[in-house]
Design a protein around this ligand. Structure first.
Ligand code: AMP
Ligand code: MG
Length: 274
């Protein structure tokens, strides 16, 4: 497990301060998880372990974990939530999707809605999209001025430092799919009646802006992979590889946090249940 997570981190971590070189990063992870059955088994095992660790995190009620999922449409953010956290009790995991901000949200600073959704002590929070949309879609589609966007990178870093210093571990995953894979997944949304509901014509507009998004992501990875909250770029063309990488990383992070059940201030032998 330790060897595996080292192999994973060597492949996916964006070294703070280094160039992320997003365009050179793999969308397949055949060297880490060559076998589908084994990868799916590992994910199931890790999901179970995450549930047990989450239970202790809740009992301890002292710290939180925030898992941020970013990636272009169809990159698999929802599927990741399902695969990695499906064993956890619904009380312990708090999933928040971030769409277009409401009027109320726009009336506040961009981190307002994000901070409100940050997990409380004892909880694993999962963000499907996040504060990073405010330097991704907002930048690519020109929804704010360049000056406003420019100052947000540092603001995000400071915000994540604030969360970390106050007991929330921050894990950030960018789900990296190829343009060809996106084409297939978008086509499936048109062809498969059970996926039609996921199709959104504006996804095609974003697809036309593929290179602009890639550039914007690269800036995010270059500037916001910090020692306290580094980015991980996950090869995501194969769902089972993506799930296996993220499940192993979340488990390892929780194991490192080592949440402990609180010791009672009584002895069981002091009580008799009649
Ligand atoms: P989905 O994740 O497919 O439900 O789509 C959510 C949409 O909301 C995406 O097109 C995002 O780019 C968009 N979105 C999320 N956050 C923001 C934001 N801060 N400003 C503008 N659009 C956003
Ligand atoms: Mg969408």
């Amino acid at each position: 497990m330790v060897k595996l997570t080292k192999l994973i981190d060597d492949a996916v971590l964006v070294e703070p301060g280094a160039k992320s070189q997003l365009r050179k990063r793999a969308t397949l992870a055949d060297d880490i998880f060559p076998d589908r059955d084994a990868a799916e088994e590992a994910t199931k095992d890790n999901a179970k372990a995450i549930d047990a660790l989450q239970d202790a995190l809740w009992a301890e009620r002292d710290r939180a974990l925030l898992v941020i999922l970013q990636g272009i449409d169809t990159s698999g953010k929802d599927g990741t939530v399902r695969a990695v956290f499906n064993r956890c009790g619904p009380l312990g995991v708090d999933v928040t999707p971030f769409g277009k901000p409401s009027e109320e949200e726009l009336a506040h600073d961009f981190l307002w809605r994000i901070h409100m959704a940050a997990p409380k002590k004892g909880v694993i929070g999962v963000f499907n999209r996040s504060q990073y949309e405010d330097v991704l879609v907002v930048k690519v589609r020109g929804l704010a001025s360049a000056d406003v966007v420019e100052q947000r990178y540092e603001q995000i870093n400071a915000f994540e430092k604030h969360l970390t210093d106050n007991g929330t571990r921050v894990l950030k995953f960018m789900l990296n799919i190829s343009k060809d894979e996106q084409k297939e997944r978008l086509q499936a949304r048109l062809d498969d009646p059970t996926k039609n509901w996921k199709f959104n014509a504006s996804d095609l507009e974003d697809r036309k802006l593929w290179d602009d998004y890639a550039k914007a992501y690269e800036v995010v990875l270059d500037r916001c992979s910090t020692a306290h909250a580094p980015w991980r770029v996950v090869p995501a063309d194969r769902k089972w590889q993506r799930n296996a990488i993220i499940a192993a990383t979340v488990r390892k992070t929780l194991e490192d946090m080592a949440p402990a059940y609180p010791k009672p201030d009584w002895k069981a032998s002091d009580f008799q249940i009649t």
